[in-house]
Ligand binder design. Sequence first.
Ligand code: SF4
Length: 361
Amino acid sequence: MNRPASRPGAAEKLLAWYDGHRRDLPWRAPPGARPDPYGVWLSEIMLQQTTVAAVDGYFRRFVDRWPTLPDLARAELDEVLREWQGLGYYARARNLHKCAGILVADHGSRFPETEKGLRALPGVGAYTAAAIAAIAFDRRATVVDGNVERVVARLFAVEDPLPGAKSALYRLADGLTPDRRPGDYAQAMMDLGATVCTPRSPDCGACPLSGDCAASRAGIAETLPLRAARVPRPTRYGTAFWAVRPDGAVLLRRRAESGLLGGMMEIPSTDWTGEPPRDGEALDRAPVEAEWQRLPGRVRHTFTHFHLELAVMAGHVGEGWREADGVWVPVERLGEHALPTAMKKVVRHSLSHSAPATDED
Ligand code: SF4
């Protein structure tokens, strides 16, 4: 493939475009000013999982409630997890809280300014470290997210598919990154990818880089970047236990700290495996003694790497219930716990299919 090693002058054109077209985002500083590293870090962690539009409200709520790093470090983890609900991957919220604590305890409430120093923090990977170093501290760093990969693949007409092409795209992006205004440049690339060089309909006529763009010249911009065929997601199965005490409280349990949904509250369930558990096997894993009845239907949820199907057993726990591993929560107060989306579906399913508890149970 004939790839020019660089695009002389492209960075300056992009910076000039950015000065007139930059997006106004709540975590950005006005032109010429330095943003608050706390806001940059918070927004970058949130943006790892979702769009700018979705993050906007979460970001404003977080900084409203915890305006500074020490405020966030002092917060209860459960409060942080509750505010995070809907942003996915709770491990990131846990790392966010842990990272705030470490920065306050060991770094005088200041962020390291280098990529290396930033990468040592929990929840901060290569991309996030580069983004914070560039945006918050104006350090030269190569910031490559999905938007930037798309722009670079098109600029150089890279036809090798992702994810295999990632390192080649990184090297090309690195060759474009300027020494002057690297923070603005990183944000300019993000903005170009989000508003002009969009996935399905790049607006090459409005693009400051159209004269430098091999894919636009070749008329193949919309087709890039190519992606290798995805491996289909497997399905995992399990059984959840909707245990109801005579006073109507429901049993919740905290998941193990490590692994998927680590440390989150859940409706107790069996392990999630490749085969649906038989009812008898599942009942061996019940968290408490009860007369269990299988509810009709199943709860389905899709995680990044697999589909989950849960059968639900409902049981009214008698007066002689033994102590269970977990906490009993009145149904009307379940909303006060940071339940992951899959578990909220189990709650809805159980409430709509199970009979209310009676004094005779
Ligand atoms: Fe993207 Fe078109 Fe600009 Fe090339 S010219 S970078 S394809 S918007």
